[in-house]
Write a protein that binds this ligand. Structure first.
Ligand SMILES: Nc1ncnc2c1ncn2[C@@H]1O[C@H](COP(=O)(O)OP(=O)(O)OP(=O)(O)O)[C@@H](O)[C@H]1O
Ligand SMILES: C[C@H](N)[C@H](N)CCCCCC(=O)O
Ligand SMILES: [Mg+2]
Length: 229
């Protein structure tokens, strides 16, 4: 079984979008692929149940049918920084809950397990003080020792965000399995030059390029899955 943590250069850069494309491509190639979103913030009331959109998308893209509560064990209602929503809801964002949820999904023995973060790499789980340091989701990922996939939302400013995020991941002692260029606007000025700059500056492999609003090429996704599985 191969498992990866999906992070991004920011919130709303396409982590879920890319996760779903990778899960669907892996399923089409005959792999059992499961997505996991341990912590979400932002839920809608659907048929009397609070459901997070990321979790619902992942549920649809998974190779097997799983209850949403297994895909997303910690679902906070307001679309805000999760540690703030967690304090308001009196919910503890603990390592144990995140790791237990991952363990439950591992029992299905997937070939590929993709765990999506929330926000960017340094997502606080709480805010510490003099007696207790701040814990980040990246600390949990480091404690598990997962390889990381970095989704770069292609827009002006992404060079700085991508380089800082990659530096932080490596600095935390983790391996970046590769990065994905996700075209989130379809109209980025000098898209090609920015992509070439990222390719030159990031030593890790470019796993896939995801176009804006279109199905990425099956061949390119198949190649990415081959590299990951
Ligand atoms: N390649 C793309 N083409 C078209 N729309 C896209 C693409 N990538 C992302 N989007 C859209 O952009 C929005 C943000 O993407 P997404 O929800 O995947 O971001 P995220 O990084 O997972 O955010 P969060 O931090 O909230 O989890 C969504 O509406 C999604 O459908
Ligand atoms: C609500 C939103 N869509 C995300 N799921 C949470 C983003 C948290 C960002 C925290 C931060 O770095 O400021
Ligand atoms: Mg998401």
């Amino acid at each position: 079984m191969k498992q990866y943590f999906i992070t991004g250069t920011d919130t709303e850069v396409g982590k879920t979008y890319v996760t779903c494309k990778l899960l669907e491509a892996a399923s089409q190639l005959g792999h059992k692929a499961i997505g996991y979103k341990p912590i979400s913030a932002g839920c809608d009331l659907i048929d009397g149940e609070w459901v997070n959109e990321d979790a619902a998308s992942i549920q649809k893209s998974n190779s097997i049918d799983l209850p949403i509560s297994e895909i997303n064990p910690i679902a906070l209602t307001p679309p805000i920084a999760p540690h703030i929503a967690a304090v308001e809801a009196d919910v503890l964002l603990s390592d144990e809950k995140i790791i237990k949820g991952l363990g439950s999904l591992q029992t299905y023995k997937p070939d590929l397990l993709l765990m999506e973060g929330a926000g960017g790499w340094r997502l606080p789980l709480n805010v510490g003080d003099e007696t207790k340091p701040t814990r980040f989701l990246s600390d949990v990922v480091a404690s598990i020792g997962m390889d990381v996939i970095l989704v770069v939302g292609m827009r002006l400013g992404c060079l700085n965000h991508a380089l800082l995020t990659a530096q932080a991941i490596r600095g935390d002692g983790l391996n970046i399995a590769g990065w994905v260029a996700n075209d989130i606007t379809g109209n980025m000025t000098r898209y090609g030059d920015n992509l070439a700059s990222l390719k030159a500056m990031l030593p890790e492999p470019l796993l896939a390029e995801i176009p804006f609003g279109q199905q990425p090429s099956d061949d390119r996704l198949a190649l990415a899955i081959e590299q990951l599985c």
